[in-house]
Design a protein around this ligand. Sequence first.
Ligand code: COS
Length: 392
Amino acid sequence: MVGVPDTTTLGYRLTEEQEFLRDTLRDLADEKIAPRAAEIDRTGEFQEDIRRLLAAQDVLALPFPEAYGGVGADLLTICIAIEQIARACATSSLILTVQALGSLPLLLAGSDEQKARFFPDLASGQMLAAFALTEPEAGSDAAAIRTRAVRDGDAYVITGSKRFITHGSIAGLLSVFALTDPDAPRHRRLSCFAVEVPAEGFSVSRLEHKMGIRGSPTAELQFDGVRVPVANRIGEEGDGFRIAMDTLDRSRPGVAAQAVGIAQGALDAATAYARQRKQFGERIGDHQLVAGMLADMDARTEAARQLLYKACTEIEAGSPDTARWSAMCKLVAGDAAMAVTTDAVQVFGGYGYIEEFPVERMMRDAKITQLYEGTQQIQRLVIARSLLGRPD
Ligand code: COS
């Protein structure tokens, strides 16, 4: 859609159920997840018990339809849940974020038979999903994928490699994008497959050492002639690029929710510190330069949250401008998280720079929200294209 559409009248108000979920998850995260966050960051290991905790609380069931054992939550509800977990521990919030991301191709374009086959195990949290789009040579340019899927009887044979796949080493189901017709027009070359692993020819070739979200494995995957039944193709041949874009339109708000949660966590920590730390005979929060920083951090976090909630409402209502809403909320929230966590470290002074306090971890975790599911530059490109349209 060209120009800025007028949807300013579409408002939202959290329902009682959403407020209840928010408060319950905030308490759960404060009690059971926040005390573990530093250790998760230090060891860099995926925490099975937190996966089980979220599964037991039906948090991992939120994105799936009730007919398949899920909760059937809308996008805003899912984002509220991600936000509350991220406020305590960004790594742990990825368990829900990636379960939703990896399942979105099936949710958006899968058949009833595929949903019945995979969703119950995903909704119960018994099986994890992952989204395998990115490759060494295809990051921002998603259409440049080289992994091949060649039809052979009632199967496709997949060969190639995927990089930076969150949970790629622990997922049981991968949504894999591969080239089925190299001669088709650029955006009709790809198809999407539900690949069940372990499988013959599939291997994890490397795990990344990362700046943040360290308890969430990021894997490089090899597909060496992996046979995938035709029944596991999601949508038609050539639908892959469209499915990837539609997925990202609904998953970027989840990254924005992480960002808002991280920012709120950093603001809460900085405020608590500014109330008790004394210098020059008074609380540092009573010094106007520090007070002003806290006020800006609060305003920025709230602005990002309100844009996120509005974007979720628009997307759920089927806005024709979904890509723009999705990109805008991730852009604004990611930048807010980076700025707010950086300022939180500043409020702590030298103590902000050491591991004893959580804000240096939050600053490192915030950075990823400006990078994954499309860099901030890609979000700007998506927004600008919705304004300008295509050249004649
Ligand atoms: N939602 C829906 N459709 C979209 C879309 C979006 N966000 N972005 C593009 N499309 C559609 C376009 O409307 C166009 O459709 P038509 O052919 O019907 O006109 C088609 O897709 C091709 O669009 P475009 O020419 O803009 O595609 P490009 O190859 O130039 O790439 C970007 C577009 C850069 C937006 C896309 O490659 C992208 O999103 N890249 C980032 C990938 C990413 O997020 N990677 C991280 C992976 S997950 S960690």
